[in-house]
Design a protein around this ligand. Structure first.
Ligand code: A2G
Length: 469
């Protein structure tokens, strides 16, 4: 099905019955949130919002270059319970007492750090500004999240999306899923990384039972049915991937390397390079295939890292101009840029995503073997060309492959976090056992958290507003 751009409509009814993917555990989770809400604010929540995390099956680090990705939502999500208030305040409490209570004025707040509540404020500010809400309503809030943090499963975007959705609904706003996904992509940039929109799009547009091919500029999506007989397994390397700290710097450096590669390619090919920000724009302007772009990359760019001076010389600009045209606040001091490897990864990964989709649609006899092969190539490209893996992720991928996965790769930004593996359903039990033995059992600290670290997953539902009216 081609993605429809529908407005968000609350799911209404008795919470215990209504929320579709809820089993007994989910129901008791909502009841626990309600109980805490009652004890904190003396009233029941008026509504709940939920937004899921995601696992990206293939298409890594190419959304911000303008290329399509192929993720699915996971069941784990962020839930926000809300009761509007009239005291001009937002009060935020978290089910996890590690995250302290926070209170701020509805019109008097700053996103000047990376505390947990700043992620809420990103979604809040994005919606207030987009809908031009002059006097936003106050909100009493309880937040609960079970998306593993710093694991590449998009817990921060799920929180930003859920906050945006709650703010929209509390203020009587109406947006389509595509509109709100775009707003939340932009507003997450208030807090640091220059992501491309996959996480927010997946959180809002996901649908039960299918992965999504999500494309950008303009944002659109298509349901992708994975062939029968396989299951996806997430395994956490337990190396923390903290995007707002070290990985954030690596991440933004990759964004800048891709932008610079696009501009150098454009300049060399006689295109107005100042109008180019993404590698996909170069392909579009030259109107050639991805194969051809890969040839150009090898012809035009050299493998050794570029210095700032060399880039300035090619683009015929000063260092100040380089900062303005290519770099960002967090990357203005970068002195060395690997353009060929990064561009190679992006164009080849974009091609693998299209091949993956094509195999899912055509379903040849060897479909699952082909899909596994594409996932393996994707990991190798992430590891060698994009250098966004780490030793533990490479080791985990190796364990997963030798435990029976047809394909295994890092998922999300990398530099730690999780792998995703495609495993024949008939081998699942054996696979989990072997990976447990090979990766987790050797370290008691890892073994202690295995239940949340190694699990099978299937495509979950997208974000929702849930009311009890
Ligand atoms: O890395 C992160 O999850 C990015 N998200 C996402 O856009 C994508 O680039 C991914 C790598 O494929 C954010 O920066 C919020």
């Amino acid at each position: 099905m081609e993605g429809e751009n529908k407005e968000f409509v609350p799911i209404c009814g008795d919470l215990n019955i209504v929320y579709p993917t809820s089993g007994a555990a989910a129901t008791s989770r909502y009841q626990a949130i309600k109980k805490k809400f009652d004890s904190l604010y003396g009233v029941a929540p008026l509504f709940y919002c939920r937004a899921p995390g995601r696992v990206n099956i293939i298409g890594e680090h190419i959304d911000y270059c303008g290329y399509g990705v192929l993720p699915m939502a996971i069941e784990q999500d962020i839930v926000i319970a809300v009761a509007p208030s009239h005291d001009g305040k937002i009060v935020l409490c978290n089910m996890d007492t590690k995250f302290k209570r926070y209170e701020v004025g509805t019109e008097d707040y700053n996103i000047d750090g990376k505390e947990w509540y700043h992620y809420f404020l990103c979604g809040y500010k994005g919606i207030v500004e987009h809908l031009d809400i002059k006097h936003p309503i106050g909100m009493n809030i309880v937040v609960d999240g079970n998306v593993p943090k710093n694991a590449g499963l998009s817990s921060s975007s799920a929180f930003v999306c859920c906050s945006g959705l709650a703010t929209m609904h509390a203020n009587g706003g109406k947006l389509t899923k595509i509109e709100i996904a775009e707003v939340c992509t932009k507003c997450e940039r208030y807090i640091g990384t220059e992501g491309g929109g996959m996480d927010q799009a997946c959180s809002f547009l996901a649908g039960f039972g299918t992965a999504k091919h999500i494309e950008f500029d303009p944002l659109r999506y298509k349901d992708i049915t994975i062939p029968d007989g396989v299951v996806f397994v997430i395994a956490n390397s337990l190396v923390e991937m903290n995007k707002s700290k070290t990985a954030g710097t690596h991440f933004n450096v990759r964004v800048v390397e891709c932008r610079t590669a696009a501009q150098v390619l454009a300049k060399t090919k006689g295109i107005d390079w100042k109008s180019v920000r993404k590698l996909a724009q170069v392909q579009e302007k030259l109107d050639v295939t991805l194969e051809k772009m890969l040839e150009f990359v090898d012809e035009v760019l050299h493998n050794e890292p570029y210095t700032r001076e060399e880039i300035c010389k090619i683009l015929e600009i000063s260092d100040d101009e380089l900062i303005k045209q290519c770099l960002s606040e967090s990357t203005e001091h970068v002195s060395s840029f690997k353009l060929q490897d990064r561009a190679r990864h992006v164009y080849s990964e974009a091609k693998r995503v299209l091949e993956f989709r094509e195999v899912c649609e055509r379903k040849p006899n060897n479909a699952i073997v082909c899909l596994g092969g594409l996932m393996n190539k994707s990991h190798d490209s992430c590891s060698f060309q994009y250098e966004c893996s780490c030793d533990e992720l490479d080791e985990l991928v190796k364990c997963c492959r030798s435990a029976g996965a047809l394909g295994s790769r890092l998922t999300g930004a990398g530099w730690g976090g999780c792998t995703v593996s495609m495993v024949p359903s008939s081998l699942l039990h054996d696979f989990l056992h072997k990976v447990q033995f090979e990766y987790y059992s050797k370290d008691p600290a890892k073994l202690a958290v295995i239940n949340h670290s190694l699990f099978a997953t299937s495509p979950g539902d997208g974000a929702a507003i849930i009311t009890s009216e």
